[in-house]
Design a protein around this ligand. Structure first.
Ligand SMILES: Nc1nc2c(ncn2[C@@H]2O[C@H](COP(=O)(O)OP(=O)(O)O)[C@@H](O)[C@H]2O)c(=O)[nH]1
Ligand SMILES: Nc1ncnc2c1ncn2[C@@H]1O[C@H](COP(=O)(O)OP(=O)(O)O)[C@@H](O)[C@H]1O
Length: 223
């Protein structure tokens, strides 16, 4: 689909709701650039940057990193790619982050994956991640072609330190207290679109149809 103007979108949902999996489908179908705050932080940890070393214990314990640090990092990176459309995943996670984003960019839509917590807990214990690219696999849902190796690069997959059951519980708690208010923030601005379900394959056609409608209405308005 050829767009007449850039589209700026956010994907939200609890940890493990399928944001990364859904983002891969969205960027393939709609040509947006994907920016994931979790992928950026994990790449910093892997590369042992100053930021990565500072943030590692926070992330491993399932706590959010400080608002000012993550907001500065993401907004700087977004400015570099803002001549094309983007899909932001994992940011904002607090109302303060949402306000910082709102001051810098106006969003076209916020896609919310409303997936029950029980479904999520089972998924995260079988998640395998290719850290350099952010590609995710699941031993049941989308296993890699060769067990333990990334399909594209053949490099090893790892289980994230923060996917341990007790850390997942802490992350879900922080989602409830700190991130759910962000949904309210976007609902009141009229940009929130929620999709409820327990399977990515069943939710995807609804997200795809919604984005087709959104893209064509924005293109018509821009023409
Ligand atoms: N069983 C199952 N696993 C899924 C489904 N959708 C995604 N997953 C897996 O669940 C885990 C979490 O998904 P991910 O996209 O990383 O979620 P995120 O944390 O919201 O970005 C990954 O291991 C995915 O492969 C689904 O519909 N069913
Ligand atoms: N916007 C953010 N604000 C604060 N911490 C963040 C943010 N994005 C990522 N993090 C940190 O990185 C961890 C992993 O994030 P992410 O990969 O988005 O998780 P998930 O894929 O499970 O939703 C979070 O638990 C948190 O510690």
């Amino acid at each position: 689909m050829v767009l007449q103007r850039v589209i700026r979108a956010v994907i939200m949902g609890p940890p493990g709701s399928g944001k990364g999996t859904m983002s891969a489908r969205i960027i393939k179908s709609f040509g947006l650039q994907h920016m994931s705050s979790g992928d950026i932080l994990r790449a910093n940890i892997q590369d042992k940057t100053e930021l990565g070393l500072l943030m590692k214990s926070c992330i491993d314990q399932g706590q959010l990193v400080p608002d000012d640090i993550i907001s500065r990092l993401i907004l700087n990176d977004l400015r570099k790619i803002d001549n094309s459309g983007w899909l932001l995943d994992g940011f904002p996670r607090t109302v303060s982050q949402a306000e910082a984003l709102d001051n810098a960019f106006s969003l076209d839509t916020v896609i919310n994956l409303d997936v029950p917590f029980q479904t999520i807990k089972e998924r995260l214990t079988s998640r395998w991640t290719h850290i350099p690219s952010g590609r995710v696999y699941n031993t049941d849902f989308n296993p890699p072609k060769v067990p333990g190796l990334d399909d594209v690069t053949g490099e090893p997959l790892v289980q994230r330190d923060d996917d341990r059951p007790e850390t997942v519980t802490r992350r879900l708690k922080s989602y409830e207290t700190q991130t759910e208010p962000v949904l309210e923030f976007y609902r009141s601005k009229g940009v929130l679109e929620s999709f409820t379900g327990t399977e990515t394959n069943k939710i995807w056609p609804h997200v795809e149809a919604f984005l087709h409608r959104k893209f064509s209405s924005l293109s018509q308005r821009a023409a």
